[in-house]
Design a binder for this molecule. Structure first.
Ligand code: PLP
Length: 472
């Protein structure tokens, strides 16, 4: 084998070959050299492990032409950004792993101007003096929610961190044991509390916390009560929690602050039986309400803090603010999205998250049928079994109060192939497709497909199914 490897071409030999010289016109030299090295390493490893497709003879391993395809593919890979568009066929509208809210393309027009040119980010045009970036989204936020004051940071976790730091650093914050949540990978409420310098005081039990529990825990050291929306789980059965209205009475009487982490707040009621809006929540008396920008609001990643002017002022002046302040592109995208909310009908038409949640079952079923028919036309008979089944799509993104929505799914069954293999191949497509797997079938939920997703989706499914057929 090592004898065979002696005939593996060198990097220089390949670089001098005509085909690779042509690649140098398309790709930077460093990329071509890295690609050659990678392909040679792969070939060496394949020979040593006796892989079925590895070259077995001297003439094969020395043949320069066999390396052109893999080197070109490696160059393409090295030159494509790691962050790419994918097709979300899961039906989960706010999918944290797939980038949460898709943002309305129309809001990028202004953001592009803002990003590519100079702006009044921190410049007061009226006075000609230094201004504050925190004024930009504030008037829209207060107008839309009825809050006295508002401030924007990078995400809701940063909002929690900053508000706790500003109001309770070195002091105690009371939280119900039923609300000590973990939200996705690395977001655990007790950890955020610790990082903020606030001391966590747990009260009640997992399933029941009463007003008395909070009142009994108040000491000289208490700065605030924190209420956290149970965003990604539910406790059912024998439960009791204290409402925000009751908590605001308790904090007002005791001279404490009430901080309320709403998570996925919405400015409009969308879908059947939706939760109260942020405007409704504002009326319940919390000093600071926090929410994400890229969940039900349907905009860019941001953390929005709304509330009473003195409470928001303290946060705005906190030392941490500098570390969590949003950039001009975020502020522009957020402001342009908020403008739509001034006209609810416009918001429903323009903001993708709202549109996808509101999509009627009939339209989704038509999409499922169109995908099925297009696949049927492209594939040999019996290549795949297809059935349209009614089911549920989810809002996702910790919007558990947002009820599941009726949908129509296209369920695919493959002869001799597991749905996992098909799903893996779909993820390797030029526009990767992410679908659901359940009960040995692959499920496509058209709710989260955009109109221009259909063609690449059908092409991907057809290619992957046919490829699999050839191999068997
Ligand atoms: C999602 C969520 C967060 C975290 O929000 P990010 O914007 O992702 O930082 C915090 N609290 C609750 C209740 C949430 O649902």
């Amino acid at each position: 084998m090592s004898k065979l490897l002696r005939h593996l071409p060198s990097v220089d030999t390949l670089l001098q070959s005509e085909a690779v010289q042509e690649l140098l016109a398309r790709f930077p030299r460093v990329v071509v050299v890295d690609a050659i090295r990678a392909v040679l390493d792969e070939t060496r490893a394949a020979v040593l492990s006796g892989a079925p497709r590895a070259p077995g003879r001297e003439s094969e391993i020395a043949d320069l032409a066999r390396y052109t395809g893999p080197i070109t593919a490696a160059c393409d890979r090295l030159m494509s950004p790691s962050l790419r568009r994918v097709i979300n066929a899961t039906g989960i509208v706010i999918h944290t792993n797939l980038g949460r809210a898709p943002i309305a393309p129309s809001v990028f027009e202004r953001a592009r101007d803002i990003a590519a040119r100079y702006t009044n980010l921190e410049f007061d045009l009226a006075s000609g003096k230094r201004g504050s970036r925190h004024t930009h989204a504030e008037s829209l936020l207060t107008r839309l929610t009825g809050a006295e004051s508002a401030v924007v940071v990078n995400n809701c976790a940063a909002a929690l961190l900053t508000s706790l730091h500003a109001h309770a650093h070195g002091r105690e914050v009371i939280v119900s044991r039923g609300e000590l949540v973990e939200i996705g990978g690395s977001f655990r409420l007790p950890d955020i509390m610790k990082a903020s310098g606030a001391k966590l005081v747990e009260v009640g039990t997992t399933n029941r916390t009463r007003a008395r529990d909070y009142q009994d825990a108040i000491t000289e050291q208490t700065a605030a009560i924190l209420k956290v929306h149970q965003s990604n789980f539910r406790i059912e059965g024998f439960t009791e929690e204290v409402t925000v209205d009751e908590l605001s009475e308790i904090t007002r009487e005791a001279g404490l602050k009430l901080l309320y982490d709403l998570g996925s707040g919405s400015f409009l009621r969308v879908g059947k039986g939706a939760e109260p809006t942020v405007t409704d929540e504002m009326k319940r008396g919390a000093d600071v309400v926090m929410m994400s920008g890229d969940k039900l609001l349907g905009s860019v990643q941001a953390g929005i803090m709304l509330g009473r002017a003195p409470a928001i002022d303290v946060i705005r002046k906190s030392a941490l603010m500098r570390a969590v302040r949003p950039d001009k592109v975020t502020l522009s995208l957020l402001e342009s999205t908020l403008l739509y909310y001034l006209e609810p009908a416009r918001a429903l038409g323009e903001i993708p998250v709202l549109r996808l949640i509101e999509r009627p079952l009939r339209a989704i079923k038509e999409d499922a049928e169109a995908i099925r028919d297009a696949l049927r036309a492209r594939l040999p008979e019996n290549a795949v079994e297809m059935e349209i089944v009614e089911g549920k799509s989810e809002a996702g993104g910790g919007a558990i109060g947002q009820p599941a929505m009726d949908t129509a799914l296209l369920a695919l069954t493959f002869p001799d192939r597991s749905p996992d293999e098909i799903a893996a191949a779909l993820r390797q497509r030029p526009v990767p497709v992410v679908a659901r797997i359940y009960r040995d079938r692959l499920w496509i939920d058209p709710r989260t497909l955009f109109a221009d997703d259909h063609d690449p989706l059908v092409a991907a499914l057809a290619a992957v199914i046919e490829e699999q057929g050839e191999n068997t």
